[in-house]
Design a protein around this ligand. Structure first.
Ligand SMILES: [Zn+2]
Length: 423
């Protein structure tokens, strides 16, 4: 049917702001393989992030290829042009084999009347109770729900079609994986909306292999999930059933799976995801990014000396530019300024104090999620330090790498894939 580069069933996305941790990240994937977790690496970086740190998509490709060569990785791996659109995709064409089509800007805007009615007609046969295996009581599809979803998402999925066709033309349809993301929208999508979005993508001829909905609850950057775990579990379970149904019903690729954006550090969700993905024998993509940058800062702090001084400088700089740095992330961070330590006090902290406040160990009394979220968005400060920052990454490479690898393997991949995870 569709020509495409088929993605592996289980993939794990990793971001690396300053392009120094590729080896440490791949080591975490290799530890996961040794433990029997069937996961393949994806290196992802958004256009927004490239712009802030002044890197190029080719740099990420070079980093991934170098890590793969150095560690002798024999299996598949991907380089993800994360959150791109027609305006930004060109410089990613050569280096990426995975494209995350971000069509959030096109949601909520109406498609033309003919398209809207054609979509409504195409769903007429599905109105009423949907016999989706695994979902009971059955979801009910109404004409109103079809109309509302089309009004909100049809133009966006048509745009996904335009981006996909542009990629197929310039890259070759069998040379890349297509992800569609609607996570950066105002409200979460219900399982019924997910089904309708997939129907729209199928009609547009987009061979979507990973779909990133916005799930219920708060997926704040670098910290744990905040929301109703029972509701998340019910909807995630239904989403998995919807995906399996959509593959058969709409002729989408058999490799289609859910992608969880802002997926790092959602420790309370991992046991639920682990269990449900196994129950459904489903695939999974989890996208992480800034959690690796936070481990860099932890490693620098632990190193002491210039490393600790840099970690403190990042925090002081982020405090001084709070509004500028947090503004673009307003919907994905929740920082209570009253809970932030005074930068003058932090200036006197030891390595252990700094690392304990930043490291994501919720049971540690010193852990401070407000401090952590502010540093998460503070990478612009480090970027502006230029070679002073990157020289410190080189000088302290070992201690940083240990933190990066342990974080991804022990706190992320193990609870996501281990058979011994209890929830
Ligand atoms: Zn996203």
């Amino acid at each position: 049917m569709h020509k495409l580069l088929k993605i592996s069933k289980h993939t794990f996305g990793m971001g690396d702001r300053f392009a120094h941790q590729g080896l440490a990240q791949l080591r975490a994937i290799m530890l996961a393989r040794e433990a029997g977790y069937p996961v393949s690496p994806v290196w992802n970086k958004s256009n927004r992030e490239h712009t802030i740190v002044h890197s190029q998509p080719d740099d990420l490709r070079a980093e991934a290829d170098a890590a793969v060569a150095a560690l002798g990785w024999q299996d598949d791996y991907y380089v993800d042009a994360d959150h791109i659109g027609l305006q930004t995709v060109d410089r990613f064409l050569a280096s990426s084999n995975f494209f995350t089509l971000d069509v959030a800007d096109f949601t909520g805007k109406p498609a033309d009347a003919a398209s809207l009615s054609a979509f409504a007609d195409s769903m007429a046969a599905y109105l009423g109770e949907l016999a989706i295996p695994g979902i009971a009581p059955a979801l009910v599809l109404t004409a109103d729900a079809v109309g509302a979803a089309a009004a909100k998402f049809l133009l966006a999925m048509q745009e996904a079609g335009r981006i996909y066709r542009y990629l197929a033309e310039h890259k070759g349809a069998d040379n890349f994986v297509t992800e569609v993301s609607v996570d950066e929208t105002d409200s979460p999508q219900t399982p019924v909306e997910l089904l309708l979005i997939l129907a729209m993508l199928a009609r547009e001829g987009v061979p979507v292999q990973t779909i990133a909905p916005k799930f219920t609850g708060r997926f704040n950057k670098g910290v744990d999930y905040v929301g109703n775990l029972a509701q998340f579990e019910r909807e995630f379970d239904e989403d998995l059933s919807v995906i399996a149904y959509a593959i058969g019903e709409f002729g989408l690729p058999a490799s289609l799976k859910l992608s969880i954006h802002s997926g790092s550090d959602k420790f309370s969700l991992y046991p639920i995801i682990n269990r449900l993905v196994k129950q459904h024998a489903a695939g999974l993509h989890v996208k992480t990014a800034g959690t690796t940058w936070l481990e860099e800062v932890i490693g620098l702090a632990e190193a002491g000396g210039e490393g600790l001084a840099l970690a403190k400088a990042v925090y002081a700089g982020a405090c001084a530019r709070f509004d500028e740095l947090t503004g673009p992330y307003a919907t994905v961070i929740d920082i209570d300024r009253a809970q932030l330590p005074d930068p003058d006090a932090v200036a006197g902290w030891s390595s252990d104090q700094f690392a304990a406040a930043l490291r994501h160990e919720a049971n540690c009394a010193e852990y401070n999620r407000h401090f952590r979220q502010l540093i998460h968005v503070g990478f612009k400060v480090a970027a502006e330090l230029g070679s002073r920052y990157t020289d410190a990454l080189v000088a302290n490479a070992d201690i940083i790498a240990r933190n990066v690898t342990d974080n991804l393997f022990e706190r992320h991949l193990t609870p996501l894939y281990s058979c011994n995870t209890v929830s």
